[in-house]
Each structure stands twice: as C-alpha cells, then as structure tokens.
Ligand binder design. Sequence first.
Ligand code: AMP
Ligand code: MG
Length: 410
Amino acid sequence: MLSVKEAENIIFNLAKPLNNQQDIETVDLFTATGRILASPVTSKLDFPHWDNSAMDGYAVIYQDVKQASEEKPAVLKLVEDIPAGYQPQSNIQSGQAARIFTGAVMPKGADTVVMQENTRREANQVFILAAPKPQEFVRYRGAYYQAGTELLPAGIKLNPPEIAILAASQCTKLNVYRRPRVAILSTGNELVTPDEKLQVGQIVDSNQYALAALVKQSGGEPLMLGIIKDEPEALKQAISQAISKADLVLSSGGVSVGDYDYVEQILASLEGEIKVRAVAMQPGKPLTVATFPISNSPIYFGLPGNPVSALVSYLRFVQPVIKKLSGIVEGWKPTFIKAQIRQNLSSNGKRETYIWGKLNLVDGVYQFSVAGGNKSSGNLIDLAQTNAFAVLEVGKLSVNVGEEIWVLQV
Ligand code: AMP
Ligand code: MG
C-alpha cells in the first residue's frame, strides 16, 4: 500500500494546469474575485498618474527654502490654490509658492512640498519655518508603476487587493482560467437524494452535496451526475460520460472490497490506468486514482463511500489538484501548521491518522481541539465548524495535551 507521501507525489504529478491559451474566459472586475489570471496584465497608466502632493501644504522650489528656519523664514508669494482634481495653471518661479492639498497635481516649476504645519500664512504670502528635504512630499508620476510594464503576473488569484489595483489602473476586462470542471457521482443501491422519502435501509446521498460544496470552494465547477446504482452497465455508462466532459471525475463508494464494489473493474474496462489503489491513511484507505489513454485525460478519483472518509480524501488529495489545475502557480499545496493539542490523541500507529477538529489562534499560538462525539467514519454530525485535521504519522501511538503536532488546515 502506498504511503500518503507516495500517493501525494503520484497524484500531484498527474495534475497539469489548464491551458493558458485555450482554457480561458474574459470576466469583468465585478466577477473577477477569486479567479486566477491567465495572462499578465499591463496598464496604460502610470501610477501615480501625475506628480502630486502627499501632504496639505505649499508647493515650492527647494532652492528657495533650503535655508529656512523659524528665526529666518523664507517668504514666498502665493500664486495659485491647487485642490485635488484641479489642473494647475501656474509655473512657479523663484520666490513663489502654490497652496496645495493632498493628492493635488504639482504645478510646473515646483519640486518640493512643505507641510502646512511648518508654515505661517499671511494674506497672499507664506512663511516657510523649516527647511524641507529636496523633493519632500512629492509623489512622482510613475514612481509606483510605469505604463506598459507588467502590473500583475499570470497564475495569481485575484483577491481584493488585486481588484483594487486593477480598478485603479483601469483594467476592467481580464483573462482568467475557466474553472476546472469536476464531475461528481455517487454509487450505491442504498442511496436516495435529500428530498426523497427514506425507506428502511436507505441512506441519503450526502457525498454529492458535500463534494459539490467543496469543489466550489476549491475554485472548480461541479457537474452533478447524481446517484448511480451498483450495476456494471449503469456505472460504465455514467463513468464514460463523466470522463468525456470533465477535467476531474469524483465518484464516491464502490472502491472497497465488497461484492458490490465495481468501480475498479469498470475503470479497467474503460482502459483506465490505475495509479493508486489504496493509501495507508486512516480514514481514507480505499482510494482509487486513474487516468485514461486519451489526450487531456481527466483524473479519476474513486473516493471512499463513508462520508467522513470521502471528505478526508478530498481535502488531502483532490483539493490541491483542483487548485493546481485552476492555473494558480503558488499556494495550491496543502497547508500544514504546527499547533498545540488540547486533548490527548491516539492512533493504532499502523496508518497515517487524520483527526478532525478545530484550529484556533489563541494569544498568538495555534491550538487544535478535537471534534466532539463519536469518531466513526460514518458520523458526519460532529464535523460542524471544524476546519482542520491533526495528523499522526505512522508509528505515532499517542500525543499528549500541550504537545505540538502538524495540523492540516482545510
Ligand atoms: P461503500 O464504500 O460503497 O461500501 O460505502 C461505504 C459506506 O458509505 C456505506 O455505509 C454507504 O452507505 C456509505 N455511503 C456510500 N456512498 C455514500 C454517499 N454518497 N453519501 C453518504 N453515504 C454514503
Ligand atoms: Mg457502496
């Protein structure tokens, strides 16, 4: 059986980012948040757009005021008032100054701004009471960004700061990667949808919903293919349909060793190359990963049927794959954080063990609290508000309160 690390290597290497020419769409700024840039962005604007003042004060010529002090102020004649948004008319000559406000355009001739606090005003004269530094409080055109150079690189996620940058730079149409398409199907004769009346022995297909929610959260587009019976023909048809239209296929159930577990057999009949059969982790041991001998083959993930196991396998392996496919260059890998544990943890030590819980930052220290209730991999109910797993490596039988342990943040 593969270790988690070995399985991770195989799976992450299978994942190839979408194509930055074909797999793109154009979005506007309002819908761009969370999307991944497919082409670098350049702006036609310098930033700042004009030489402007960083202070309320007076625009002056440095040479005129470099000796100024409280005892020997430089006295300048005011020739113009320049509020923000106004185009200055004057050309400042030696002995002159302009009243200027934060963000307002510098007048020609002036090279320095003296802050208001270091001045005294009398009628149309200003007394400069302290020498500024040369070019002080002037924000020069193009000091932060020069028109035509790269503003944002491809492969980054557009978060609120990037949206602000793009708005300020008047870049309102953006090439982003399309969302990876993820087909989701649930296998099992016992399954019904959440709105069907439950007969004895039936189980509600929660995995379909959980996986769709996760796929959306990971930046993918879920294609819900519904519940498929444990019948080879029905499964074959559903899986081949899924393969033909998705970048990833997620099925849950049917990958264990039971009599009705047909997934691997169907994958083989579709010429699937099985890359992973099982992983030495707990929960989540049954995991089938396959690709197909076609161009742009989707990656097939046969996830365990148990709701908790399905979610663990998804978060450990599928989420990073969707993020990598989505074109993001950095930050697609799982995030592990060292945290102090608040309860004793134990494992049989045979497989890497994932324990659900909640990660909190308390006084600057990460703390991990185990989810309450029954730890059965069928018990979803106590997962509410969890956001992490504590990870006990193989051979680790116990960890005591207060010890630090790696925690997978999800
Ligand atoms: P399997 O791997 O198909 O044997 O399923 C293992 C367990 O998970 C069984 O108890 C199933 O009833 C349950 N299960 C399978 N698929 C789902 C699903 N889509 N939603 C909720 N529970 C499921
Ligand atoms: Mg089943």
